[in-house]
Write a protein that binds this ligand. Structure first.
Ligand code: PRT
Ligand code: ZN
Length: 284
């Protein structure tokens, strides 16, 4: 028995999806330009599809699980369960208007024409904000719509913001924050669920490791107490004596978010020879 996973065939989620599986120790046979491939070392079969089709394939149990952006999933409204947020493909669905428009708040959109490829999410957003506007669904190049007089505003995905900037637009509201998620069919049997549990265990270990760094430093013994107090660690740091009397080596784990702040405080507290190393897997 193999679990069937649907992955975007090409596009922004493909590389990160395949890399995540690889970091989980799951090798896929070379699947370029193929509809499906499988793994030799994990009970997984991968189907490569357009991202818009993935929620439906998973709902219909053609695939058991899938990787897709929350934006696509929510627009699509398919009945599947979200198992795990994956931390890549991050973007936001935003409202944008002309840079020189006097945007006064969401009521500004009242009676306006909004171009988007996300009509359902836009409708929900407008209803929530009690705004009546004309939603104009188009299939791509949404950012040019105001410039050619097709719409007063747009709702589109934004990551760096440079597309909006280059088209003379400014971001004024966030409709949705999105990232890639792992979804599953609602009716998995026990055997399928067991494979999924195994996969999720690995995904969590990989994601934890990506967010953390292993740190080694040397500290004079009289400063040890202060230095240790700065380190969160998994439990408590490892402290080993150095060959040079009066000095110790301290090993610990730091989260990426607090990393630079703590490194600076460690240095100020007298830590020397600080080494920072990536972690491959982290199981707590
Ligand atoms: O062929 P297929 O249908 O599978 O792919 P697609 O063309 O529909 O999707 P693709 O590959 O472009 O995006 C897949 C998923 O990546 C999306 O559904 C999002 O979940 C996620 N994602 C993350 C993004 C972006 N960031 C993003 N910036 N998807 C699209 N964009 C586009 C956006 O539409 C706009 O045109 O990039 C432009 C804006 O980028 P910035 O950096 O200039 O702000
Ligand atoms: Zn698509």
């Amino acid at each position: 028995m193999k679990l069937k996973i649907a992955i975007q065939k090409s596009g922004r989620l493909y590389d990160d999806s395949v890399k995540l599986l690889k970091d989980c120790g799951i090798d896929l046979k070379n699947g370029v330009n193929k509809l499906k491939t499988e793994s030799d070392n994990f009970p997984l079969e991968a189907y490569f599809l357009r991202d818009d089709d993935i929620p439906q394939y998973v709902e219909d149990a053609v695939a058991d699980i899938g990787i897709v952006g929350e934006n696509v999933l929510l627009e699509n409204g398919r009945q599947v369960d979200i198992v795990e947020q994956l931390g890549f493909g991050k973007c936001r669905l935003s409202v944008a208007v002309g840079r020189s428009d006097q945007y006064t708040g969401v009521q500004y959109l009242h009676g306006k024409r909004i171009a988007t490829t996300y009509p359902n999410l836009v409708r929900q957003f407008l209803e929530k904000n009690k705004v009546e506007a004309d939603i104009h669904e188009i299939s791509g190049s949404v950012e040019i719509a105001p410039g050619i007089g097709l719409a007063h505003a747009i709702v589109d995905l934004v990551s760096s913001g440079s597309t909006l900037f280059m088209n003379g637009l400014k971001e004024v509201e966030t409709v949705l924050q999105s990232q890639a998620v792992l979804i599953k069919n609602k009716g998995l049997n026990a055997e399928q669920q067991a494979i999924l549990d195994k996969l999720c265990f690995r995904i969590r270990a990989v994601r934890k490791a990506r967010n953390n760094k292993y740190i080694l430093l040397n500290a004079p013994n009289e400063k040890l107490k202060e230095i240790i107090s700065l380190l969160p660690g998994m439990k408590s740091p490892t402290v080993l004596p150095l060959a040079e009397p009066g000095w110790s080596s301290v090993h610990s784990v730091l989260n990426e978010n607090e990393f630079w702040d703590i490194i600076e405080r460690l240095r100020d507290a007298g830590a020397q020879g600080i080494l920072v190393v990536p972690i491959e897997k982290m199981i707590i």
